[in-house]
Design a protein around this ligand. Structure first.
Ligand code: NAP
Length: 488
């Protein structure tokens, strides 16, 4: 990615960046590089970091390589592993946000509750009652941060400790306890591997088995750590990994591609080779294609599932009782702690913030029955509102940092219009709907629709994702198609 020019804007624009997670930090840095001083970052939490601040569960890590899961402009020589542990990522964001002056621009513990377009600007209100008026809103509110707490009969009656994975209660000891975990997504798998040796017993409630890609993650040795002091080398690694991950996109957008077959084979080999007990192997064997659900990558999940402390339960949960979880075979699994690694409401985006655009139309209304945005960044009827990692954007197993950098560079070009005197910019409804129709049609080729349940799928069963190659994403991000926008 090219470094941004530092220019003085022709017009003083007032900005609100909502969220000081990965994308909000990026937006604040880029705006500052552009010479914008009237930028306030609103953050509901007490520190930066977003998902990496909120998730503190044991085993938290990123399954995107460390050198790629870094800003292109801030390579980090201090990563200790090929795939970074969560606390290191959190430290990285804290450091970058401090070094680039983002912390100084941020109002912490100040959650934006409403945004109202008054015809010329956005009226912003926070939960604390603070008010602001801005020309531009950058919504960097994240995708996976509203916990999905499952509806299970009797859940409230549980007399042990129960919490969602993203609300890990560190006051509760799991050491030598009987722990149950519901969910075997990317989160559940990491937790299971991390706590298997700490607990007295770990009961894994699996609704659907997962394909697991082996992901060795031995720490970097002293020699590599030394070499990583060379920031040019890190930048080159970032570029190489980006190319490699770009190729991976073929595997998910074309279910019949050789890349998809390769990934499927690697997952199958992992299962066949690393699960010794044939009965357990069958219970861990998915009946859908690899990468249909978000692919799991783990160095040691199958090891963990064969540990003496771990029991796999595949009978469906029928209810929770004061002493534990009852399954359909009428067994009561007695537990001290119940962890819900049950994912997130992936379709909330800027909500529950109240967003009211032109003609008093709310975003809730515009997003009924489901979220829609032009290239996942802008919404017709909501001028000067830009989302990073908004609806139907590239998810897959891409590095969302990289995606955010491309998206912000694109948004920056839209902002040029405002810098040069335009009052508003927003996408045309017809262009938005036409692109959405193309996106839905293209997603029919993808691996995500080959017969599994996942958080990628919307209420129609259409993947809420970018269904084309990563190269095409880069091309589209390079320059806006101006005919898709209304500028006043
Ligand atoms: P998830 O992928 O949505 O998985 C939720 C799990 O809970 C699934 O196993 C699901 O079963 C199960 N579940 C949900 N409701 C249930 C119910 N009522 N009864 C029984 N089981 C239930 O959530 P996640 O694991 O938190 O991961 C979400 C996403 O976060 C990932 O896909 C990934 O994008 C991101 N993430 C990334 C990393 C990383 O390393 N980069 C790490 C963690 C998370 P079914 O499969 O049957 O639906």
């Amino acid at each position: 990615m090219q470094p941004q020019r530092a220019t003085q804007p022709d017009r003083t624009l007032r900005f609100a960046v909502i969220g000081a997670g990965m994308a909000g930090i990026l937006a604040a840095i880029r705006l500052s590089e552009r010479g914008h001083d009237a930028v306030t970052v609103y953050e509901k939490g007490g520190t930066v970091g977003g998902t990496w601040r909120e998730n503190t569960y044991p085993g938290l890590a990123c399954d995107v390589p460390s050198q790629l899961y870094s800003y292109s402009f801030a390579p980090n020589p201090d990563w200790t592993h090929p795939y970074s542990p969560g606390p290191q990522i959190q430290q990285y964001f804290e450091r970058v946000a401090a070094d680039y002056g983002v912390v100084a621009r941020t109002r912490f513990n100040d959650e934006v509750t409403s945004l109202r377009w008054d015809g010329t600007a956005w009226q912003l209100t926070t939960a604390a009652g603070h008010r602001d008026v801005v020309d531009v809103v950058i919504a960097a509110t994240g995708v996976l941060h509203h916990p999905n707490v499952p509806v299970i009969e009797g859940l409230d009656s549980f007399e042990g400790h129960c919490f969602h994975s993203a609300r890990w209660d560190h006051a509760v000891t799991i050491d030598n306890a009987r722990v149950g975990i519901v969910g075997t997504g990317s989160t559940g798998v990491q937790i299971i591997s991390a706590i298997r040796d700490r607990v007295d017993a770990l009961v894994v409630f699996q609704r659907t088995p997962q394909w697991v890609l082996p992901m060795p993650n031995d720490p970097f040795g002293p020699e590599l750590l030394e070499r990583h002091q060379d920031l040019d080398l890190l930048r080159a690694t970032h570029a190489k990994l980006s190319e490699l991950f770009g190729k991976f996109s073929n595997a998910v957008i074309d279910a019949d591609s050789p890349e998809a077959a390769m990934i499927g084979q690697a997952c199958l080999d992992n299962l066949e080779t690393n699960v010794r007990d044939p009965a357990l192997r069958e219970r861990l064997r998915p009946d859908y294609r690899a990468a249909c659900k978000r692919l799991i990558a783990s160095p040691d999940y199958y090891d963990a599932m064969q540990a003496s402390t771990v029991e796999l339960v595949t009978d469906p949960i029928v209810g929770v009782e004061p002493d534990g979880v009852r399954t359909a075979d009428d067994r009561l699994h007695e537990l001290d702690v119940l962890v819900l690694a049950t994912g997130f409401h992936a379709d909330w985006f800027v909500r529950p913030m109240q967003v009211v655009g032109r003609d008093q139309r709310t975003i809730d209304d515009f997003w009924t029955p489901r979220p829609l945005a032009y290239l996942s960044m802008t919404v017709p009827g909501f001028p000067n509102l830009f989302m990073i990692n908004g609806p139907n954007g590239p998810v897959g197993n891409f590095s969302l940092i990289e995606v955010a950098e491309y998206q912000f560079a694109y948004v920056d070009q839209l902002l040029d219009r405002l810098r040069n005197g335009a009052a508003t910019i927003e996408p045309r409804l017809d262009a938005t709907e036409a692109l959405e129709a193309e996106r839905v049609a293209a997603s029919r080729q993808s691996v995500w629709v080959t017969g599994c349940r996942s958080w990628y799928l919307d209420d129609r069963g259409v993947p809420a994702t970018w269904p084309w190659t990563f190269d095409r994403f880069r091309e589209v991000m390079a320059e806006p198609d101006w005919s898709a926008y209304a500028v006043t």
